[in-house]
Design a protein around this ligand. Structure first.
Ligand code: ADP
Ligand code: ZN
Length: 655
């Protein structure tokens, strides 16, 4: 199959050319057939007397143009070179046409030697100049206008004809298929088992659509890969295409955003037109948030209409193709939360696949993938390297491998050794600076103790959400995270809320109990606990002193509290009392299960991630096992809630 995608036309060249043409038209006043010099009237008379002039035109505004004989021109244009194909011309202005007429009449008479000094033609011209003046002053604008209209029509007409200069509205998608790229398969994607499992289904759909459609099933149209940069989202999408053996279109969301009105929408249209020709295929849109950010709530604020048009076009296209057309759109973003809800609706990007930073074992696997092609010295210890690179993304690790080869080559070594890798890691860390959080061993320990605190307490409280997984791999702004299976409930009892509170406080309680020092790492926890405690006391009437009172105020802009100063003090006191009680409870529980907690923290430091199984091995089965068993089977479709911790180095705004 021929590759239909035209090489990207660089539009700047077009602007430069157009600008140059206009400029030269203005400068050279309609071409350069003449070589012009402006002279004084006396000079002109002099030239005529000497017989240099062969043709004179007098305009009625007093302007005189006198063409010189070719061989005399060098006397007038002193020093300057006379161009081969240019007529030398001098211009000047005269006071009175009558006088000039008389002068020429004199010149036409033969002199004492019988020579006529001027034997050329003399013409008088009435200014038809209005029109040409008009043309020269307005012409360029008309030309610009025409070009503009032309571009606009091209764009809104949706990239009609192929190629040509005016293909702004064409999508700039890169096409990868069997012909121009080596196929990438799941083998090339290390780790990310969960994500791979989910996209495998898409591969199946693409390979055997009939099996699904014959049963009346609907093939998904879109999947959203969510995760930080460099974690292999593009790689994963390419692997899907590679495994299913279908073409792969790749485009970045920011490519849709242009300063011209209508370009984005037209590019979307063009992209899908191309995709339909190649179906079944994968369309990959990187950084979809560039177009997919939630549309403005307030239309009068203007907002970015152009982006919205593009987004609407994308939605229209996705709704437009049938579920059996064989196009699957995979989009990637770092932030699913800012996307327009319409994008996430059923039939569009209704599947979200999380692609997180790799943990220790996954990093090992990624090193494995990228070391395949390297010549390694036996001293290289993958285990150690993986340990040295917490917080690195897959792309960072690929970078380390590449950099180590460069370092070794610079030192003229035969193979890459351990030190080269360590140097490469140092260099990458230096380059990353703030972008990736690289934890020191001490920070890692303190985060592990904090997270193990949450894990321990939630294991021993009946109503705390059962834990699924805890990691200390930094995620975005968070330093660690725990996943819990939320319980579906319509009504929450006081006991449940208190248990939850206790589990959330478990992080800080562990810090205080086992490190003897508390940190800002718990800020996010404390915020949640405080909010919940206020809600319990002031709205749900769950405290002893203010029982059965609800001070909820549903007027949005009311500056009066619906209670007295004294009640406010009572609320504050009750909230404080409630939180303190739960904090003490957490500390007591932790002291009771000190050894288990220490083991958990140790595993966390070693492996960076623990699962419910690990906790069970240490503490034994949970007395309230009914729900957690489901979780071990991992069959549940519920999305677990994550509880991120705010980074310690985030600026704290004091009130
Ligand atoms: P993203 O699209 O998430 O920003 P990419 O897919 O572009 O990241 O990844 C960039 C590069 O990093 C890949 O080409 C690959 O070399 C490397 N990489 C990232 N994740 C992995 C992984 N899980 N396994 C192997 N290589 C990876
Ligand atoms: Zn915490």
């Amino acid at each position: 199959m021929a590759n239909k995608i035209k090489p990207k036309f660089n539009f700047t060249w077009f602007y430069i050319a157009a600008g140059a043409i206009l400029l030269s038209m203005l400068l050279f006043d309609g071409g350069n057939k003449e070589q012009i010099r402006e002279v004084k009237y006396s000079e002109l008379r002099d030239y005529v007397e000497r017989g240099y002039v062969e043709e004179i035109t007098v305009h009625d505004n007093g302007e005189v143009e006198a063409y010189l004989k070719k061989d005399s021109a060098s006397n007038v244009f002193k020093g300057a070179e006379i161009r081969e194909n240019a007529r030398p011309l001098v211009i000047t202005t005269i006071g009175s046409a009558d006088n000039f007429d008389e002068f020429i009449f004199e010149m036409k008479k033969p002199d004492e030697n019988g020579n006529t000094r001027f034997d050329g033609t003399l013409t008088y011209k009435r200014e038809s100049g209005f029109f040409s003046n008009f043309l020269w002053s307005v012409g360029p604008f008309i030309i610009i206008l025409f070009i503009w209209i032309f571009i606009m029509r091209r764009m809104s007409g949706g990239a009609g004809g192929q190629g040509g200069v005016f293909n702004v509205g064409k999508s700039q998608a890169k096409l990868f298929d069997k012909n121009n790229t080596p196929t990438i398969t799941f083998k090339d994607v290390a780790g990310q088992e969960g994500a791979k499992q989910e996209v495998k289904e898409i591969v199946d759909f693409l390979k055997n659509p009939k099996i699904y459609t014959e049963l009346g099933g609907k093939i998904p149209k879109g999947a959203l890969l969510v995760g930080p940069p460099g974690t292999g989202k593009t790689l994963l999408a390419k692997a899907v295409a590679g495994e299913a053996n279908v073409p792969f279109f790749s485009m970045s969301g920011s490519d849709f955003v242009e300063m011209f009105v209508g370009v984005g929408a037209s590019r979307v249209r063009d992209l899908f037109r191309q995709a339909k020709e190649k179906a079944p295929c994968i369309v990959f849109i990187d950084e979809i948030d560039a177009v997919g950010r939630a549309r403005g709530k307030n239309p009068s604020m203007g907002g970015n209409d152009e982006r919205e048009n593009t987004l609407n076009q994308l939605l229209t296209e996705m709704d437009g193709f049938g579920t059996n057309s064989g196009i699957i759109v995979i989009a990637a973003t770092n932030r699913a939360d800012i996307l327009d809800k319409a994008l996430l609706r059923a039939g569009r990007f209704d599947r979200q696949i999380h692609v997180d930073l790799p943990d220790l074992n996954e990093r090992k696997a990624i090193f494995g993938v990228h070391m395949r092609s390297l010549k390694l010295d036996p001293s290289v210890d993958v285990d150690l390297l993986s340990r040295q690179t917490p917080g690195f993304s897959g792309a960072d690790i690929a970078n380390v491998c590449n950099e180590s080869a460069l370092i070794a080559a610079r030192k003229k070594k035969k193979a890459i050794d351990k030190q080269d890798f360590l140097d490469a890691i140092d260099r990458i860390i230096g380059g990353l600076e703030k972008k990736t959080k690289v934890l020191t061993q001490k920070e890692k320990e303190s985060i592990a103790i904090h997270e193990a605190g949450h894990a321990t307490i939630s294991w021993f409280l009946e109503h705390a959400n059962p834990l699924i997984k805890v990691t200390i791999v930094p995620r975005g702004r968070a330093l660690g995270a725990a996943w819990y299976m939320p319980e579906e409930r319509q009504i929450t009892t006081k006991e449940q809320m208190l248990d939850e509170m206790c589990a959330i406080l478990g992080g800080r309680a562990a810090e205080e109990t086992f490190i003897g020092q508390i940190s800002t790492g718990a800020m996010n926890d404390l915020e949640r606990v405080t909010k919940q405690a206020y809600a319990m006391v002031a709205y749900a009437g769950m405290s002893d002193r203010l029982s059965n009172l609800c001070y909820y105020n549903n007027q949005e802009y009311s500056f009066n509290r619906p209670y007295s100063e004294k009640t406010a003090e009572a609320i504050d006191a009750e909230v404080h009392k409630m939180i303190t009680e739960q904090y003490e409870r957490a500390k007591a529980l932790l002291s009771e299960h000190k050894d288990g907690h220490a083991q958990l923290a140790k595993i966390l430091i070693e492996r960076e991630v623990i699962f419910a199984e690990d906790v069970e091995k240490i503490f034994g089965k949970r007395p309230w096992a009914s729900r957690s068993e489901e979780i071990f089977d991992n069959k549940s479709n519920e999305t677990p809630v994550t509880e991120p911790e705010v980074a310690t180095d985030e600026p704290v705004t004091a009130e």
